[in-house]
Design a protein around this ligand. Sequence first.
Ligand SMILES: *Cc1c(COP(=O)(O)O)cnc(C)c1O
Length: 367
Amino acid sequence: MEGKPVLTQLSPYKQGKQTKEIQEEYGLDHIVKLASNENPYGYSEKVRQNLIDGLPEFNIYPDGYTGKLRESLSLRLNFNQNQFIFGSGTEEIIQMLCRSFLVAGSNVIMAAPTFPQYKHYALIEGAAVKEIPTNKHGYHDLERMLAAIDEKTKIVWLCSPNNPTGTVISDKDFESFMNKCPKHVVVAFDEAYYEFMDREADVNALSYINRFHNLIVMRTFSKAYGLAGLRIGYGIANEQIVTTLDKVRGPFNTTSIAQFAAVAALEDQSFIEHTYDKNKKVKAAFETFLDTIGWEYYDSETNFLLVHTPVSGMEMYQYLVENGFIIRPGELLGIPGTIRVSIGTEQEMEELQRLLLQFYQDRMKVL
Ligand SMILES: *Cc1c(COP(=O)(O)O)cnc(C)c1O
């Protein structure tokens, strides 16, 4: 028995070690996970209350149309109901885009480093992947991405804010990109960290959807909304893209409970405001700390920071994990010599800073 030939080059997603495993391995009683950009404040109390007051029925299939959530988003964001597509996380929307647009011989264009799943699903469909390095500050090089487009290009992935660098594409650059991008190319704009973007910033990808019919904007309930475990995300595009994606979508691809929780989560925007304010404040304090020890980091409008480290990211990972903190070493994200740290609570970050300071001082003695 053999899978498709391309699968010999791919490996299953390797998740970080589970908290419990690490606790046992290093004999720690407390672990702080700052590795997956989850919301350290949990999720909205309103979601919890609605789940207590009345769970959806589990013996019947979910609403495959995701009607209530569709209606709520349509009113909130001012798009027609038929402009939405839902997935088991944004992850599944990415997969659906690849399934419906890519064939062997076609290609996609993405930044490097960026979210690795764009590449993974493209390869499964037999497409080629053109990876265009970000500039040295971690920003998408849109000119080079445009230049890489040919007649076989089907999708350009733009991730803003970008994971793992945290940088955003400015409104001006995006508009110019859309104007120059050929219409046969789908532009997939991933805004998984949209809610963390600076409120003052002027980027508004949604305002381009009705102008550019080759654009899809993707968002998720996994990050700021704190519902990663329920798996639900969505895409907004013109009806033609949505109809195409709908053909490859599984009929019941999001669960009743995820739909139910997402509707409640949208109703509590104060939770998002709270998360945004806290994240902004704690991230600024972490940046100030990094400035004092002279470690550089990338501009970030997200709930994580990509930090240059004086030793390899793997070495930093090892030191931190032994002390109860899990972060992502840059070696696993395609950007060696860095670590990606999700912004935790104030207390968690103070403890992390204490550990980093200790590391810094110990090293200074050695040098
Ligand atoms: C976390 C993340 C996603 C995936 O989110 P899900 O909705 O949980 O599948 C998509 N894109 C980026 C850039 C992410 O960081």
